[in-house]
Design a binder for this molecule. Structure first.
Ligand code: SAH
Ligand code: SF4
Length: 352
């Protein structure tokens, strides 16, 4: 039988495991630190554990990473990994550096069932959910690559942020996502603070508040349209949960935690959703729901087989200006890693 990965077990599961082995539970903290603070790759390294316990761990578990099948670094230093898990399934991960820090963009599913028309991942059917361990392991691979073990402090680390914006819809795999985000943000280990983790969803309305309450991470919603008519044509899920339902949940979340701004991602698609009327409609919508929000205006990344075109820079600027005037920050995202097809939402394992 193939050994199970120990990565992805939470503290409670480790405690239960040690108890069932008749071991003292104070070892949980030690093991946790070896795995998630020091990034240990073998149980032999865990020198403050008894030989007996190390051997038991070794017999039952692995600390192995997914295989790095391919790696590319673009001109602007965006880094892309193609990772393969034990069953041969592959996902992509991207690191997007800013001047002195950067965000690792992680995936939650192999493929995606949501079928958004503009999304490369969405053109690939859902194969399976990733486990909590596989979600956490992605960030650990990035840390291995950049040598960020043991966990540097929040201020000095290069891999400072996590965005759940890779392949898949996190709220379709919420149990594993909750567990993974809680492991990633645990202060005794990897310790990426919850404020530096953003989860992006296409808007599975009834699950939004629950996941945010259980993880404390920030919310981004892929809105991409100023009314249901347009959104229905872009995102099939809008026929199940429409804009109104999503914004109600967003509002509810914000009322509980007044300090948090919500990010709305808005893909700029030429002639589809980028007119001044669309901008005005959007502003009305957010004012009506009293939501404090910032926008991310995302340049559309074309891919073969998709007919949408990116909006012209003039249209994007006019759109952003209107949002700004209405009091919403609306930075225009610079497309990163374009030469290696590495933008979030572009991810699709090349072999599929
Ligand atoms: N499923 C989640 C998270 C993954 S997608 C979601 O939909 O929010 C991450 C972001 O990339 C989303 O905002 C998505 O709409 C965007 N995206 C998808 N395809 C894109 C493309 N071709 N160009 C630019 N952004 C894209
Ligand atoms: Fe899935 Fe998000 Fe792509 Fe839509 S945009 S198909 S929800 S990954």
């Amino acid at each position: 039988m193939q050994k199970q990965s120990i990565i992805g077990l939470d503290k409670q599961e480790l405690t239960e495991l040690l108890t069932s082995w008749g071991q003292k539970t104070f070892h949980v903290k030690q093991i946790w630190q070896w795995i998630y603070f020091r990034g240990a790759k073998s149980f032999d390294e865990m020198t403050n554990l008894s030989k007996d316990l190390r051997q038991k761990l070794q017999e039952n578990f692995t600390l192995s990473r997914p295989k790095i099948v391919a790696e590319q670094i673009s001109k602007d230093k965006t880094h892309k990994w193609l990772l393969e898990f034990d069953d041969g399934e592959r996902i992509e991960m991207v690191y997007i550096p800013e001047s002195d820090r950067g965000a690792v963009c992680i995936s939650t599913q192999v493929g995606c069932a949501m079928g958004c028309k503009f999304c490369h991942t969405g053109s690939q059917k859902l194969t399976r959910n990733l486990t909590a361990g596989e979600i956490v392991l992605q960030f650990m691979v990035a840390r291995d690559t950049y040598g960020e073990w043991p966990s540097p402090t929040d201020e000095t680390r290069y891999l400072s942020n996590i965005v759940v914006m890779g392949m898949g819809e996190p709220l379709q795999n919420e149990e594993n996502v909750i567990k993974a985000l809680n492991i990633l943000s645990d202060g005794d280990g990897i310790a990426v603070s919850r404020r530096r983790i953003t989860m992006s969803t296409c808007g599975i309305a009834p699950k939004i508040c629950d996941v945010l309450e259980k993880t404390g991470v920030r919310l981004a919603v892929s809105l991409h349209a100023s009314n249901d008519e347009i959104r229905n044509t872009l995102m099939p899920i809008n026929k199940v949960y429409n804009i109104e339902q999503i914004l109600k949940e967003a509002q509810k979340y914000q009322q509980k935690d007044g300090s948090r701004y919500i990010t709305f991602e808005y893909l700029m698609l030429d002639g589809i959703n980028d007119s001044t009327e669309n901008a005005k409609e959007l502003i009305e919508l957010l004012k009506k729901h009293k939501i404090r929000a910032t926008f991310n205006l995302i340049p559309f990344n074309p891919w073969p087989g998709c007919d949408f075109k990116p909006s012209t820079p003039q249209k994007v600027k006019a759109f952003a200006d209107l949002l700004n005037k209405a009091g919403f920050a609306a930075p225009v995202r610079v497309a990163r890693g374009q030469d290696i097809l590495a933008a979030c939402g572009q991810l699709k394992s090349a072999q599929k």
